[in-house]
Write a protein that binds this ligand. Structure first.
Ligand code: 5GP
Length: 234
């Protein structure tokens, strides 16, 4: 298979004109790649999480790019034209929200889920975008943006409810979207501890642990704990 992209956490291969293979690395990075460690087992756990959450969403009427998981570090997905925007949904104040709004107490619950947009650009450190920025730059129409907001809020409802049945709190998460050949918007990329903040009794079962200074091995253990709680076979 032809390697077409390599990022910090994943490699993407072209399987054919319609399908790609995403391979999750046994590595963890933080602070724009400044901290990087080998994390044996993380790739399979994160691939399993993505397969689990994407299948759950599909089963509840959310169109996603997910096709299949190989039981290890790879998933097969539909090739899409990716929208270069990160969509973040927040239920509680944390992370970059607190940086720009330091007057808010950490983990304050918002009166409603917040949806925000960032440009996907490591160079520019993913700057926050307004809806006008996005439409004026021609990245999306108003209607497409509204569809993305509606889908993101639906994903939030579904995941929040699913996680709460296991005593888990969904603090925030990041989504990406892309267009298929017929111009339909699909949920893309991954849904794992790398892209979500999930708390259990105040403890992070997500990449925040590593950002806070935990070892790569402790992070792998936390991902395994999350998978066990959710009944994800990995
Ligand atoms: P924050 O903007 O507070 O740093 O992140 C909000 C949520 O989106 C967190 O769950 C975080 O893991 C996720 N997120 C934000 N930016 C990125 C990114 O560039 N890559 C990944 N993997 N996740 C991100």
């Amino acid at each position: 298979m032809e390697l077409i992209y390599e990022g910090k956490a994943k490699r993407v291969y072209k399987l054919n004109n319609e399908w790609l293979v995403m391979e999750f690395k046994d590595e963890v990075t933080a602070f724009d790649g400044l901290r990087k460690e080998v994390a044996i087992g993380k790739g399979r756990l994160a691939a399993a999480q993505t397969a689990f959450f994407m299948s759950y969403l599909e089963g509840n009427g959310v169109r996603t790019h997910f096709i299949d998981w190989d039981g290890d570090r790879r998933i097969t997905v539909r090739a899409l034209r990716i929208v270069p925007i990160e969509v973040i949904v927040r239920n509680y104040a944390y992370g970059s929200f607190l940086k720009r709004m330091p007057m808010v107490k950490p983990l304050t619950r918002f009166s409603k889920p917040l949806v925000e947009f960032h440009l996907k650009s490591d160079e520019l450190h993913d700057p926050l975008l307004t809806m006008d920025d996005i439409t004026e730059a021609g990245l999306l129409t108003r209607e497409e943006l509204q569809e993305i907001i509606n889908t993101s809020l639906r994903v939030n409802d579904l995941l929040t409810n699913l996680l709460s049945t296991r005593g888990l709190i969904l603090v925030d998460f990041k989504l990406e979207f892309g267009f298929d050949g017929s111009g339909r918007l699909l949920l893309a990329d991954e849904l794992s501890g790398d892209t979500m903040r999930i708390l259990r009794n105040g403890k992070h079962l997500d990449k925040e642990l590593f950002r806070m200074g935990a070892s790569a091995m402790d992070l792998v253990k936390a991902y395994a704990e999350l998978n066990a709680l959710l009944g994800i076979k990995s």
